[in-house]
Design a protein around this ligand. Structure first.
Ligand code: SF4
Ligand code: F3S
Length: 262
């Protein structure tokens, strides 16, 4: 039986589900048909209104440990959480804060998809008027963080596969799967020899290491240089002659600004 996924979209741009829709081998349709039972995912589901909310009620009324909760986006805590409302119950707003806390309490695993859910990310950037926080700051359960802005489809799908087939993957101090976030971008960058030899680009588009243009590869843990992006793993930021801006880092974006230097 395919494991059930409850996917909550909170304060976010929906970039993480869009990224997962760009997955290959298997693609999203194969994932949904053969591997996971997406019971609730607001971006792709056809149901609306009360019908759409039935899986959430079933999850809350069912036995514990029957689904994996994936959260995309961070959680507003200002104004009693009313900056992000999932639905209305008995005429009252059911905030993302309440929904995440209630659903996490019964989940087998809680997975934060993307940097906003994992660490706060752009939607918690200064001055953060919604009081947005990462998922781990609002639930007592362990949260497996799979960052990235957006998350790479391999990182998220691979983590979900691992949870189902082998249980929890080995995690680092930020609860990120080591298999994807164990080394820095800088560790595996094909321009590392340029860095060591002092061959630096002076403007975007030039060959050479992009460190002096602001590259955050040395402080960013992710396997982008070897995994690459764009569906068929065809390119990545430095490959396109632009610095890594550290989108998968806990400090992104405020702590890594300015992104570009000259
Ligand atoms: Fe490191 Fe960035 Fe230079 Fe690559 S381009 S070697 S990641 S500083
Ligand atoms: Fe993000 Fe840097 Fe990878 S900007 S996509 S972590 S190369």
């Amino acid at each position: 039986m395919r494991p059930k996924i409850i996917w909550l979209t909170t304060n976010s741009c929906a970039g993480d589900i869009l990224s997962l829709l760009n997955a290959r081998h298997p693609n999203f349709c194969q994932m949904a048909e053969d591997y996971f039972d997406f019971r609730f995912e607001p971006f792709t589901m056809a149901a609306e209104g009360d019908l759409a909310l039935e899986p959430l009620a079933a999850a809350l009324n069912g036995a514990a440990g029957e689904y994996i909760l994936v959260v995309e986006g961070n959680i507003p805590t200002a104004a009693q959480g009313r900056y992000c409302v999932i639905a209305y119950r008995a005429g009252q707003p059911w905030t993302a804060l309440e929904a995440v806390q209630e659903l996490a309490a019964k989940a087998r695993y809680v997975v934060a998809a993307g940097t906003c859910a994992a660490f706060g990310g752009p939607y918690a950037a200064h001055p953060n008027p919604t009081g947005a926080k990462p998922v781990s700051a609002v639930v007592p359960q362990k949260v497996i963080n799979v960052p990235g802005c957006p998350v790479h489809p391999d990182w998220l799908a691979g983590t979900l596969y691992h949870l189902v087939a082998h249980g929890e993957p080995e995690l680092d101090a930020y609860n990120r799967p080591l298999i994807y976030f164990g080394e820095t971008v800088h560790d595996r960058c094909p321009r590392r020899a340029d860095f060591e030899n002092g061959n630096f680009a002076s403007q975007p588009g030039e060959p050479g290491c992009l460190y002096r243009l602001g590259c955050k590869g040395p402080v960013t843990h992710a396997d982008c240089p070897v995994r690459q992006w764009c569906g068929e793993h065809t390119n990545w930021p430095v490959g396109a002659n632009t610095p890594c801006i550290g989108c998968a880092s806990p400090e992104f974006p405020d702590g890594l600004s300015p992104f570009f230097e000259h």
